[in-house]
Design a binder for this molecule. Structure first.
Ligand code: PLA
Length: 456
């Protein structure tokens, strides 16, 4: 059958081919219009009718991703001194990627057990879901004991956020999401693609290079009741500026007063302070007040599982019954999106967190990663302070926490960092300290000072 079809297509006259293409184009056009893109879509493709005209003519070239695109540009640079401070990925002092020893040990165990590769259930690996919620809320937290949390393993932090966004779009169609200004760039893409409207609340104050706490509270207060408020659980990306415990309480007061729904993005638990519990304290503060909330979790950074795509979405509900229904709908949304999540990383997390020895070793390795990042932060501050003859106060770098430093460099200055100094970073002035070594701090300080004072 197949070969005869191919043969007849091969022998068809050009006119017949054109006619066929026209029919195909028309049929495809209907399908696109009626079924796949029901409603408005800015990127709609006009169907081509002639053989030598591409159907993809109207597809415009997307710009490189502001974060992941930096790694692509870095790879293409042949300079010896180049430095990739773009994406938040931990490197050793030798600037090499790091696979945690506990991950290697867990993988060895998995290999010995000869585990299979069958599909996971839609909600993911049960052992993973159990430990991930415990790690976040604390194993003895009543919300866990009472079965008030719907936990679904998803495709790392991003996929978990996207799944929750689809849930919000379906069940809270009137609601808006409030995002900090600035925030991780992909948040906007995620909610845009899920067709969830968003607006921003003030967060960063360039005058103090700190938190605009009053502005933040004012904007959260001014938003329509019942909005979702996206909060970075710890190590705010890109600023590295977190509220203090007292400020978190005040934020919770306003959110409670306005009947808003907190939505935490926890991408750096354990990586900010070096302690899993300290970094989860913002979330736990809100849970202790009996609030309903969402938390997206990621194991990319704290366990170095970047490419394994391991994370979860947790929805804390008022009653166990709600949690059961919410979970069933999260599964309903996940099934046509990606069917079910990957097993390999989920087993690694379950083995590491579920085994007291490996768990202890993980905490040590996490302290080591967070510690190295802090040392680099300190050294960069010292180098900048020594080299800068103007007496500018660079201590804001020390007040920031986590993988990143928000340098205050503008777009042109950040471009100078890359074009002149081969320092790859995002154009908002963010640098990943986790990708920096002590020995490169001096070079980086020279680059920052040159860009800061010689480029406006
Ligand atoms: N949320 C925040 C706040 C993040 O910073 C990141 C990752 C994620 C979620 C998603 O991570 P995951 O999907 O890998 O779990 N941000 C990185 C990488 C580290 C990125 O942009 O994808 C960054 O460089 O900002």
């Amino acid at each position: 059958m197949a070969s005869s079809t191919m043969l007849s297509a091969g022998l068809a006259s050009p006119a017949a081919l054109r006619e066929n293409t026209k029919k195909l184009g028309a049929a495809a056009g209907r399908r696109v219009g009626e079924f796949f893109l029901n409603g408005k879509c800015s990127g709609r493709v006009k169907m081509a009718v002639a053989v030598n005209v591409s159907r993809f003519e109207d597809v415009t070239l997307a710009p490189p991703d502001p974060i992941l695109g930096v790694s692509e540009a870095f790879k293409a640079d042949t300079s010896d001194v180049k430095l990739n401070l773009g994406v938040g990925a931990y490197r050793t002092e030798e600037l090499q990627p790091y696979v945690l020893n506990v991950v290697k040990k867990a993988e060895k165990l998995m290999l010995e057990r000869g585990e299979n590769k069958e599909y996971l259930p839609i909600e993911g690996l049960a052992a993973f879901n159990k430990v991930t919620a415990e790690l976040l809320f604390g194993a003895d937290n009543p919300v866990i004991q009472l079965g008030r949390v719907a936990t679904v393993q998803s495709l790392s932090g991003t996929g978990s956020l996207r799944l929750a966004a689809a849930f919000i779009q379906r069940y809270f169609p009137e609601a808006k999401v409030l995002l900090s200004s600035p925030t991780w760039g992909n948040h906007k893409n995620i909610f845009n693609d899920a067709r969830v409207p968003w607006s921003e609340y003030r967060y960063y104050d360039p005058r103090t290079v700190g938190l605009d706490f009053e502005g933040m509270l004012e904007d959260i207060k001014a938003a329509q009741d019942g909005s979702f408020v996206l909060l970075h659980g710890c190590a705010h990306n890109p600023t590295g500026i977190d509220p203090t415990p007292e400020q978190w309480e005040k934020i919770a007061d306003v959110i409670e007063e306005k009947n808003h729904i907190p939505f935490f993005d926890v991408a750096y638990q354990g990586f900010a302070s070096g302690s899993l519990d300290v970094d989860a304290s913002s979330v736990r503060t809100f849970v202790a007040r009996g609030l309903e909330l969402f938390v997206a979790q990621s194991y990319s950074k704290n366990l170095g599982l970047y490419a394994e795509r391991i994370g979860a979405i947790n929805v804390v509900c008022s009653f166990p019954d709600d949690a059961t229904r919410v979970k069933s709908q999260l599964k309903r949304l996940a099934r046509p999106m990606y069917s079910n999540p990957p097993v390999h990383g989920a087993r690694i997390v379950a083995n590491v967190v579920g085994d007291p020895t490996l768990f202890g070793e993980w905490k040590q390795e996490m302290e080591l990663m967070a510690g190295r990042t802090k040392n680099v932060r300190q050294r960069l501050f010292e180098n900048l302070s020594e080299k800068d003859e103007s007496g500018k106060d660079w201590s804001f770098i020390l007040k920031q926490i986590g993988m990143f430093s928000y340098t205050g460099l503008n777009k042109a200055q950040s471009e100078n960092m890359t074009n002149k100094w081969h320092v790859y970073m995002t154009k908002d002035g963010r640098i990943s300290l986790a990708g920096l070594s002590l020995s490169k701090c001096e070079y980086l300080a020279d680059a920052i000072i040159d860009s800061f004072y010689n480029v406006s």
